[in-house]
Ligand binder design. Structure first.
Ligand SMILES: [Zn+2]
Length: 168
C-alpha cells in the first residue's frame, strides 16, 4: 500500500486548472448580474460586488444572466468531489464541517463561481460536490492543514475533474 510517493507529488503541486466548458460558452459581452447568487460580471470576470449588484439589480442597464457557477449547480455539473471519512472525522464531524463552511465562504469572496453543489452521505463517507476543481482542492487542503490525516488527489483523464480524498 505504498502510494506515498504519488501522494507527495500531488500535494506539492500548485493548483491545477481544468478546462471549464462553462467559462468559454455564453460569456457576456459587457457587464452582467447573476440574479441567483448576486455575482457581478465586470472586467471580463465574475466577482463579488454587492454594492454594484444593489445599484443595478432593479434597472435595465445591466443584463441578468445566470453565472457559470449557478448554471453548474442547476445542471449538477461537478468538477470536484471531496470525500471525507474515518473515525476521527465521525467524531469531529460538526467541527470539521464548520471549517469546510468557513473555507467555502472565503473561497466565494475571491471567486463566486466556486460553489458547493450538494453534500451527502454515501457508503460511510461524506461527499461534497463542487462546481470547480479549485474549490474541491481548497476544501481538502484546509481540512488537511487543520487536522492532518491522509489527503490524496485523483485527476480524471484529461483533467476534467478532481476527486479529493481525506481520511482520518
Ligand atoms: Zn450565480
Amino acid at each position: 500500500m505504498s502510494k506515498k510517493g504519488e501522494r507527495w507529488i500531488r500535494e506539492t503541486q500548485e493548483y491545477q486548472n481544468t478546462d471549464d466548458p462553462y467559462l468559454s460558452d455564453k460569456a457576456p459581452s459587457g457587464e452582467a448580474l447573476c440574479p441567483k447568487c448576486h455575482a457581478v460580471f465586470r472586467d471580463k470576470r465574475w466577482l463579488v460586488d454587492e454594492a454594484f449588484y444593489e445599484e443595478f439589480k432593479d434597472t435595465d442597464f445591466v443584463p441578468k444572466i445566470l453565472c457559470p457557477g449557478c448554471r453548474k449547480v442547476n445542471e449538477r455539473y461537478a468538477m470536484g468531489y471531496v470525500y471525507l471519512s474515518g473515525p476521527f472525522f465521525e467524531k469531529h464531524r460538526d467541527e470539521i464541517m464548520r471549517l469546510i463552511h468557513n473555507e467555502y465562504e472565503r473561497a466565494r469572496e475571491n471567486n463566486p463561481l466556486d460553489q458547493i453543489i450538494t453534500m451527502y452521505e454515501e457508503d460511510g463517507r461524506t461527499i461534497i460536490e463542487t462546481t470547480t476543481d479549485h474549490l474541491a482542492q481548497r476544501l481538502g487542503r484546509a481540512v488537511h492543514r487543520a487536522y492532518k490525516g491522509n489527503l490524496s488527489f485523483r485527476w480524471s483523464d484529461g483533467d476534467k475533474l478532481v476527486r479529493i480524498y481525506w481520511e482520518r
